[in-house]
Structures are given as structure tokens and as C-alpha cells.
Design a protein around this ligand. Structure first.
Ligand SMILES: *Cc1c(COP(=O)(O)O)cnc(C)c1O
Ligand code: SF4
Length: 344
């Protein structure tokens, strides 16, 4: 992933801040994250040789300590560890696994603005994330010139000029990597566009860095005329720690609608029992399951793939066990489609 510098919406600042004493807790926590897989493995009492340096060079390793603490020491197959550990399998080539599996490159309407579907457009506001998921569909995304930034207002101009856009999705990277001041500016500019009714944030930070959900962010959520949906990203029930639940509750209390999307991942959540547990844990925390994505065939992630037949069988079991509203919609993204394709 690219760095945050240079192509941000507002002029770049030193990040993470060097003066720890002045840093807000989430930035301090981020600057303290694991950046070397061997250190995390040693910390978990595992063999550092399980990590593949060459894979980490292609897509850097990054895991906040709070997320690491939810992993089971001594278990090399831990479902949280598996999501973040660079392994040799990433270096294998597999037919059909490509750099841009979802056709992002073809959906660009302006710098930092993607539109694939009617009514909603997606703003790429940063390339940064707090944790690097090895299966990330944007792991090879050429962020360099693809983000909204201060010099180029074309994205906001395009939204303002198109009354058909009633919902704006903030994405990235992770939009909550912007600090509250920058988000406030963005919220203001979008609020000023009368035909925008809904604002959606696609973010994994409430799960992987819950300290990011600050009182200032929550008051931003509550202070807008826009209806706000926050789509978090949790794949396994163990990700929803007590701290995460507090962060979710704060956003819900501030008035946001909370949804979750997951990716169906081999060795992480590819069984009905884990997914049922995830849905129930989410609901207890005030979050409804939204999408369960079939893995996007991105180069380096083939070892996470679950076949269509297996995915269907898992969904059948899930539907037989859960109330309908706790069953996520199984979808996949095909380049050029009018929506995410439902898989019945
Ligand atoms: C996934 C996606 C959306 C959101 O789609 P929904 O079905 O509304 O959740 C919007 N824009 C783009 C470019 C997307 O990839
Ligand atoms: S949080 Fe999303 S964008 Fe960031 S690394 Fe994970 S999958 Fe990719």
C-alpha cells in the first residue's frame, strides 16, 4: 500500500505523529503496531519461520497490538493470525488471480471517485489501513494518483453535478485513517450537496483499532443531516472484543446504522458454525450482517479461496440454523456488473 503522504484530501501532516506525548491514543496505538511478522509470531510462541519475508515485501505486514492480543498463543492455524500472516503460498501464481479483480480501473469517474452502481458513488480517501488483510482485493491497487486530494476537486464537483448520486461511500484504504478534522471537512462538503442523502463508511477500524472511535468522531456522526451507515468488516466472532463492542455501541448511540461485511475465507470462517457465531455476536453488538463476499481473485490470495459449491453448502446450513435477518447475503463482484452478484 502507498503511504498517506502527498495525495490526501487535505495537506499532509507527519503521520504517525512523532511526539508521542501529544498523540491521540489511536495514533499512538497505530505507531506501536507490529510491522514485522517474526515479532508477532515470537510473541505468540510460534516459529518465526512461518512467515515469508518475500510475501511481506510485496504487501507489507501491519497488525495493531490490540488485534494481536485476540489471537490464541501457540496456534499456527488461529483464524485471526491467518488473515494477516504473510506466507509462501502468496507467491504462487494461479490462473485467474490477477492484479485488479474487480475492475476498479474501469469505473473511475474522476480522481478518487469510482462509480459502478446506480445511485451510489465511492470516494477513495486514503490508501492507508490500520491492519493489512492478506486477501485484500486492493493489495495491488495503484493508489498513487487515484485518491481525492486538495489540488483536484473533480470528485466533489462530479458528485455535485450529478443529482443521480444520492449516496456517497467513503472507502480507501480505510476512511477512518483520516483524522477527525479531515473527516469533518469532508462531511461538510458532502452535506452541502443537497441531493446527497446518505453517507456510508466502509471501515475495518472499529474492529482492528477500536480506539479510533473517538467522541469527536461520534459527534460528527450525530451532527449531520445525512443518514449514516457504517459498514464494518469482521470475519470471525473472536474479532469482536469488549473494546470493539464499546466502539460499536458508541457509533450506534450517535445514530449510525451498523452493518457488517465479511469475506468467506478458507481456514478462517469457512464453516457454518463460525458464521452463525459471527452473526449472533454481531447482533448482540448492534450490528446486522450485510454481505458475505466470495473472495475476489486477487493475485496472492488463492489459498483463501472457497469454491462456489462449498459456499452454497455453507449458506444452506446457515439458513437452516438462523433467523433470516442474521444470514448475510452471499455475493461476488464481477467486473461490469450492475450490482454485486447475489449467489442464491
Ligand atoms: C461495493 C461497491 C458499492 C456498494 O455496493 P452496495 O451493493 O450498495 O453495498 C458502491 N460502489 C462501488 C464502486 C462498490 O465497489
Ligand atoms: S481493511 Fe479492507 S482495504 Fe484495508 S487491507 Fe483489509 S481488506 Fe484491504
Amino acid at each position: 500500500m502507498g503511504s498517506q503522504n502527498g495525495s490526501l484530501y487535505l495537506p499532509a501532516r507527519p503521520f504517525p505523529p512523532r511526539t508521542l506525548g501529544l498523540a491521540v491514543p489511536w495514533k499512538r496505538e497505530l505507531s506501536d503496531a507490529f510491522t514485522q511478522p517474526e515479532k508477532l509470531l515470537t510473541n505468540l510462541g510460534l516459529d518465526p519461520a512461518l512467515a515469508a519475508q518475500a510475501a511481506a515485501r510485496q504487501f507489507p505486514f501491519l497488525v495493531p497490538r490490540g488485534f494481536a492480543r485476540l489471537m490464541t498463543p501457540g496456534d499456527p492455524a488461529d483464524p485471526l493470525l491467518r488473515q494477516v500472516l504473510p506466507i509462501a503460498a502468496e507467491l504462487e501464481q494461479h490462473p485467474g488471480y490477477i492484479q485488479d479483480p474487480v475492475g476498479d480501473g474501469q469505473s473511475r469517474r474522476a480522481t478518487g471517485l469510482l462509480q459502478k452502481y446506480r445511485g451510489r458513488a465511492l470516494l477513495l480517501v486514503t490508501s492507508a489501513c490500520a491492519l493489512h488483510c492478506r486477501y485484500c482485493f486492493r493489495r495491488h491497487f495503484p493508489y498513487g494518483d487515484a485518491l481525492i486530494n486538495d489540488r483536484d476537486q473533480a470528485a466533489l464537483t462530479a458528485i455535485a453535478a450529478d443529482p443521480g448520486i444520492t449516496e456517497v461511500v467513503l472507502s480507501g484504504g480505510d476512511p477512518l485513517m483520516l483524522d477527525d478534522e479531515r473527516l469533518a471537512v469532508l462531511f461538510d462538503r458532502l452535506t452541502a450537496i443537497a441531493h446527497v442523502r446518505r453517507l456510508r463508511l466502509h471501515t475495518r477500524l472499529p474492529v482492528v483499532l477500536p480506539s479510533r472511535i473517538t467522541p469527536a468522531f461520534c459527534s460528527l456522526l450525530g451532527g449531520s443531516r445525512l443518514r449514516i451507515a457504517i459498514v464494518i468488516h469482521a470475519n470471525h466472532p473472536r474479532e469482536l472484543s469488549p473494546q470493539v463492542r464499546l466502539a460499536l455501541e458508541a457509533m450506534k448511540t450517535a445514530g449510525a446504522t451498523l452493518l457488517n461485511q465479511s469475506v468467506l475465507l478458507r481456514g478462517v470462517n469457512d464453516d457454518a458454525a463460525s458464521l452463525a457465531d459471527l452473526s449472533e455476536t454481531l447482533f448482540d453488538a448492534g450490528v446486522l450482517p450485510y454481505y458475505l463476499h466470495l473472495l475476489d481473485p486477487v493475485a496472492g490470495a488463492a489459498h483463501f479461496a472457497v469454491s462456489l459449491a462449498e459456499a452454497r453448502a455453507i449458506m444452506d446450513r446457515l439458513r437452516a440454523e438462523m433467523p433470516g435477518y442474521l444470514v448475510p447475503k452471499l455475493v461476488r463482484e464481477l467486473p461490469g456488473g450492475a450490482c454485486k452478484e447475489p449467489i442464491g
